[in-house]
Design a binder for this molecule. Structure first.
Ligand SMILES: [Mg+2]
Length: 224
């Protein structure tokens, strides 16, 4: 399974000559919120989603007090250490990416520690998503620019994180951007981001969007 972990390695996995779909993992290809919620409930906390984000929405079962960011970070680290191999795919993700893979290259771009990349790539492959995985740090604009350098248009990017969406929007690469949030509670709480081309929680809708982008670019290439 190809796994790249540094910006230098991106050059090795960056595909050339075909359209490119760059897909986030948590809350896009894999369920995250529902699995994380189950994990924290087993550990004495609950999720009470009243705003977009985790900090402020995770409360101790014992007294209902919202825990601080440090505790949220500890719970996230524990979740990925204990449960990374058990994460479940979002319904329709594998099928939609497989359909797109007939016409485009697919790269999974996930913010996670390098040490967890191999297990994530294995888990993706087990669920029908055997694509190169890039383990990124920080906003994703630079990684998307590097991955796109030799690709043919269109470039499609899917992510749930406003930080990443804005980073890619402003990253200097013409990209078809999909704001995808699988969890419907958080999808309702998320704000709209200017310059995004589709906002959805539904892979059938995302697949149709990817198809349209591929069709449009193909007609464009045929005209040239
Ligand atoms: Mg995500």
């Amino acid at each position: 399974m190809p796994v790249a972990v540094t910006m230098a390695d991106i050059a090795a996995v960056a595909p050339a000559g075909r359209p490119l779909v760059i897909c986030d993992v948590d809350e896009v290809a894999f369920r995250f919120v529902v699995d994380f919620e189950r994990y924290i409930e087993e550990n004495g906390y609950r999720l009470d989603a009243v705003s977009y984000g985790l900090t402020g929405n995770i409360k101790r079962l014992s007294d209902g007090v919202a825990v601080d960011q440090k505790t949220v970070g500890r719970l996230l680290n524990g979740f990925f250490a204990d449960c990374a191999a058990d994460q479940e795919p979002v319904e329709g993700a594998a099928e939609a990416l497989a359909a797109a893979a007939r016409r485009a290259d697919i790269v999974m771009l996930s913010n996670l520690p390098e040490a967890q990349a191999a297990i994530r790539a294995e888990t993706l492959a087990r669920h029908g998503m055997p694509y190169p995985l890039v383990a990124n740090t920080g906003p994703k604009g630079p990684a998307v620019a590097a991955l796109s350098a030799r690709a043919r248009t269109p470039i499609v990017f899917l992510d749930d994180s406003p930080t990443n969406l804005v980073s890619v929007r402003d990253g200097g690469v013409a990209t078809h951007i999909v704001h995808f949030i699988a969890d419907l509670r958080f999808a309702r709480l998320a704000g709209d981001i200017a310059g995004i081309h589709l906002r959805t929680s539904d892979w059938a809708e995302a697949a149709a969007f990817i198809d349209r982008a591929l069709d449009a670019a193909q007609s464009e290439h045929e005209r040239l």
